[in-house]
Design a protein around this ligand. Structure first.
Ligand code: KG4
Ligand code: ZN
Length: 369
């Protein structure tokens, strides 16, 4: 197919269904850059809440039932019809396989019926390229992806070239926040609930570990922290028969502080490592739900100011799962004439950096990249 570099305008339909958000977006790319024409996100939170986590089978079925409705909404909201679309970008992994398949099968059918290119997007690339969508950041730059399913530092060299500097060897940080909240009887999603409870809590009351800070690298581990929190909670329950509100607030504050300290310290190391590898200072960007945490966000901004490094935190609705970032990642490939066809397969695991050995562990979305 022809290279599309000098198109005046193209419309990309993005589709996302890798976890518990069914999302569709219409993105316009033109000579000035890109513009989100619509972004519809349907969260399945209510379907999963009684199970305390995302149930893959329920998620897959809900995606399959909703995807056409969400796509139609996104077209309507962008004031376009399906034949105006120039290409379809769809998450092809990593993620819960049933959900990814629901989106991919729909996208394939659409691509065949409207005779427009199909572009399979790595969900992580969608997050990693967000600073180019929001701020037209030039390559290369440093990215910290901190969500409920993922946690990694990446040097983004190009739209199709990523170098992983480190990541979690067990839980993702959002997952750790969610498990901690469950343990403390707080509502889901756990991150915002812990953040709220921590506001009036004493972060020094409980001495919780800062895992892997003794290792020089940029890897994380969060499962030991969760176990340490459980131990403190058990001790208190044994001693006084349960938790008082003050205990919940103090445990939340101590837990948040430990998460914060680890993420901030490892970010300092990642910035230094980036400078060593590339011989220049990075632009440092974050994405993922945990990037919404005010304490973490604030400190990351501060370390960047101290290190004279540009800091970028995309708006929250583009940090969390959505289809505009998927449409944008597809747009980068579209502009290079880089398309897929209907043999494209869904991948539950799809590391962005194939050169690095796999990181152990499994998250909310399945095995870690
Ligand atoms: O990126 P996201 O919307 O979905 C994926 O996991 O891909 O991230 C959701 C995660 C949840 O685990 C949630 O608890 C966490 O982000 N989160 C937060 C905050 N807001 C959301 N964690 C800490 N502090 C927050 N304010
Ligand atoms: Zn995500």
């Amino acid at each position: 197919m022809e290279r599309s570099m000098d198109l005046n305008k193209a419309l990309i339909l993005g589709i996302e269904s890798s976890c518990d958000d069914t999302a569709a977006s219409v993105l316009e790319i033109n000579s000035k850059g890109s513009e989100i024409k619509s972004s519809i996100v349907h969260n399945q939170f209510n379907l999963h809440k009684e199970y305390g986590g995302v149930v893959p089978e329920i998620a897959a079925r809900a995606h399959a039932e909703l995807i056409d409705i969400v796509v139609e909404k996104s077209l309507k909201s962008a004031n376009v019809v399906i034949k105006d679309i120039n290409a379809i970008g769809v998450t092809a992994g990593p993620g819960l396989i049933g959900g990814v398949l629901s989106g991919l099968m729909f996208a394939k059918g659409l691509s065949v019926s409207i005779k427009k290119p199909l572009i399979g997007v790595n969900h992580l690339a969608g997050h990693a390229l967000t600073p180019r969508l929001t701020n037209k950041v030039n390559f290369p730059y440093l990215m910290l992806l901190v969500s409920g399913g993922h946690c990694q530092f990446l040097i983004v060299h190009n739209y199709n070239s990523f170098e992983r500097l480190g990541g979690t060897i067990d839980d993702a940080p959002g997952e750790a926040f969610d498990k901690a909240a469950r343990l403390l009887g707080l509502k889901q999603p756990g991150g915002p609930a812990i953040e709220e409870a921590a506001k009036t809590g004493d972060e020094d009351r409980f001495d919780l570990p800062r895992p892997l800070l003794d290792r020089e690298d940029c890897d994380f581990s969060f499962s030991g922290l969760k176990t340490a929190l459980m131990r403190k909670q058990n001790e208190l329950t044994k001693k006084q028969g349960g938790l008082f509100e003050k205990d919940v607030c103090d445990l939340s504050a101590s837990f948040q502080q430990a998460m914060h300290d680890v993420i901030v310290e490892k970010s300092i190391r990642a910035i230094d490592l980036y400078s060593k590898i590339t011989n220049r200072k990075p632009t440092f960007s974050i994405a993922g739900g945990v990037a919404a945490n005010k304490k973490i966000r604030h400190s990351l901004k501060n370390i960047c100011t101290t290190k004279k490094v540009d800091f970028l935190a995309p708006p929250l609705d583009l940090c969390t799962d959505n289809a505009a970032i998927i449409a944008y990642a597809a747009a980068e490939r579209f502009l290079h004439g880089d398309y897929d066809d209907t043999t494209l397969s869904a991948r539950p695991r799809w590391p962005l950096d194939d050169q690095k050995p796999a990181i152990l562990g499994s998250g909310k979305k399945g095995p870690k990249a």
